[in-house]
Design a binder for this molecule. Structure first.
Ligand code: ZN
Length: 339
């Protein structure tokens, strides 16, 4: 189908589950009650996406406290209790970063339980999102490897094992979130693409890499304001992504200062264009979404255009996020009618 729809990954958590509108929320329940509440929140996330005519759905990341920590802190070799506050994404913001204390190993399945539940709860195409190796390394403190490239490769192997298990459960699409790719271009070239390919090559389902300008939190909004009138990050990154084995690139477009001609730089990749801005609570109209799709059509053939959100919606008010989902579905339908 033309202009198929998906979301970057996360949706807001209900306030009976976790602190609303925060990036590292605390859970409001524990033990079995927490798992039951996460399952209920997943049902709501799936329902709201279906209602909004989203074609490829996610579990809304309702069972993860944060998109990086959920995976990384479950691995052997990462100590979640040993935390240091430091600048991440080239000091764009400070975060409490867990520590790599030994060889990284995936001793057991990490997201299989919640993804098995999501698989049982929907017959739609299901996407799972996982943090990429570079973004994981950039969100931890390393006291073991002494090399970001070596650490990233260890996480890449752990991700690969996790993905193979999720594909066996019935996941249709795997998306690797690599916001750090938009910051460290020399490292992307030197080892980032190789690490990505170690994760995705030949895993037996559609693969996506998501590279964005971040959540709509104040530190990111301030960073974006400092980047000038035309953002040149994608122009540097996309030729490198074009040589990777990943099938689809998920990128930010709506309401941004991304120069649309960068869409020409992705070789033959499919492109999941962001048609929903997550840095504003204003709800797009179907016409707004349709206009962003029309913009992409100047550079890409219809069969390579997918529609998504610019980034995750975890920190947004719930009703705003759901209204934006409906705008996404309605705008893609409108574009299909007109194409
Ligand atoms: Zn993002």
């Amino acid at each position: 189908m033309r202009f198929s729809t998906t979301i970057a990954g996360s949706l807001p958590k209900p306030d009976w589950l976790a602190d609303p509108e925060t990036l590292w929320p605390s859970w409001h329940l524990g033990g079995d009650a927490l798992h039951g509440a996460q399952a209920d929140a997943t049902r709501i996330a799936l329902f709201e996406q279906q209602r909004a005519r989203i074609d490829v759905v996610t579990d809304g990341e309702q069972s993860r406290r944060h998109f990086v920590h959920g995976f990384a802190c479950a691995l052997d070799g990462v100590d979640a209790t040993k935390v240091e506050r430091r600048g991440i994404r080239a000091d764009r913001y400070e975060a409490d970063c867990p520590t790599i204390v030994g060889p990284v190993r995936r001793a057991a399945a990490i997201h299989a339980g919640e993804i098995r539940f999501a698989r049982s709860a929907t017959s739609q195409r299901l996407k799972v999102t996982l943090p990429g190796p570079m973004t994981i390394v950039d969100t931890l403190v390393d006291h073991h490897y002494g090399s970001r490239a070596k650490a990233a490769l260890a996480f890449a192997h752990a991700l690969r094992a996790e993905i193979e298990e999720l594909v066996a459960i019935g996941v249709d699409v795997v998306q690797i979130d690599e916001p750090a790719f938009n910051v460290y271009f020399d490292e992307v070239d030197a080892w980032g693409i190789d690490a990505l390919d170690t994760v995705v090559d030949g895993v037996g389902c559609e693969t996506v890499v998501h590279v964005c300008y971040g959540y709509g939190v104040p530190a990111n909004v301030a960073w974006k304001a400092s980047l000038g009138g035309a953002w040149d990050q994608y122009a540097r990154l996309f030729p490198m992504l074009a040589r990777s084995g990943v099938h689809t690139v998920s990128m930010e477009l709506a309401g941004s200062r991304v120069p649309p001609p960068v869409l020409d730089l992705l070789g033959e990749k499919n492109v999941a264009i962001g048609v929903i801005d997550v840095a504003t609570n204003d709800i797009e109209t179907a016409e707004d979404v349709c206009a962003t799709i029309e913009l992409a059509r100047r550079y890409l053939p219809d069969e390579r255009i997918h529609c998504s959100t610019n980034c995750g919606m975890a920190p947004m008010p719930r009703e705003v996020a759901y209204a934006k989902l409906r705008a996404l579905g309605a705008g893609a339908a409108l574009a299909r009618e007109r194409a």
